[in-house]
Design a protein around this ligand. Sequence first.
Ligand code: CS2
Length: 492
Amino acid sequence: MSARLSASAKPSAGVALPGYVPENHGCGIVHIGVGAFHKAHQAVYTDTALALAGGDWRITGVSLRSAEIAAALNPQDGRYVLLTRSADGDRARLIGSIANVLVAPEAPDAVVAAIAHAATRIVTLTVTEKAYGIDRTTGGLDLRHDAIAHDLTTPDAPRGVIGFLAAGFARRRETGAGPLTILCCDNLPENGRILCRLVDAFTRQIDPALADWIGQNVRFPSSMVDRITPAATDRTFADAERIGGLRDEAAVETEPFSQWIIEDDFAAGRPAWDEAGALFVASVSAYEKMKLRMLNGAHSLIAYAGFLAGYETVADAMRDAGLKRLVEHQMKAAAATLPPVPGIDLETYRAELLTRFSNPAIRHLTYQIAMDGTEKLPQRIGAPLTEAIHGYADREPFAFALAAWMRYCMAVDETSQVYALRDPREPVIAQAVEDAGRAPERLYTKLIAIPGLFPAAIVGDAALRDLVVARLSTMLEHGMARAIETAAPSPA
Ligand code: CS2
């Protein structure tokens, strides 16, 4: 068996090495939610920025739940191989920007200390939509969210992201560690503003003076992140080892494309991410909407319709000509709901998305994307559909996506295989599905009315209901393949 990758064990020549000595740089960033996406995105921008411009900007990673990533990265001194996969083959690069990873449940105080450390000037976050505890009805704090409820009563021993931030801020205030920036990198619209609102609501309940301190010392810029990054598999590890000659239990694979658009509003400096390709702008709102509605919205359509039509990956699904036309149709409708997006031609963007989705070297599972539908649909499908209802775009493709999600909620595929839904609102969905039986109209009525999921304009629209129910009926009576064929626009 090969030796394991580490600071002293360097991979062979097939892997590009960092253009700097990682250990010569101190940490300046805490990243909460070290998963595949962080390792393929923010950590890579930081790695490039360190090579080009230096600075004490290495990353202390935090895992809020599992110990797995820490167990993989720490023995490797934070090093891992990034594989960039395309039809032209794999490119491999060693990333050195992560210094170490803390496991929050094992060492909560170390996490608070890292956020509070005077050297920490930025906290970045990729914790998934559901971790924040957003009350979808009010946009405020969901007091029934497990971590929020726990952390409000036990703010000194937090479990969730908001609780850790608040505890870190409280200690910074005590020690005079100075201002810092919290940079949300999850797929939510106005993600910085949402996070700022949640942190404010949380700290107002436990310590109003802390909320005021945060208002004066902490910035929450919004950011749009994009890089298609499937979960790593044994194949990822095997390929990293084959190319690098060393065992790497933290290897990650991704696509060539990468984008990061960030609101330029930092309290205490930042790495030269711009030199690494990030774009700093005054407002990211239009870019976020574009990405959520065109990329992520299409992803969700592909996930539900594709999974039920028997496609394991996005690239497989894109080989279905009818589904591809449906996806394109939805992207066009989504584009029609967007404000002007500075510097971006939406037709080119759409064409690039179709190419990225078709990347044959990336095995991005439809089942992975299908997860957490109730957390994703509001911004991906609900928001553009609402504008379509108001006459700004064609509602048909969104109606199809909704029907596909509702069919997916039944948690049994067309070969009678049962699958886990993996959605935080699973009990509510399961109840709705049980009450509805296989009656499309009842299923629609139950699911569309899940509290906080869709706005009144959608819930009350009878024409939309008829459209979705018709699609759902075809899916149930004749299967997803036929439903796709029926709904797909004819080839141009
Ligand atoms: C995907 C995203 O899993 C999902 O819901 O739509 O993770 C998507 O791959 C990324 O946002 C791409 O940047």
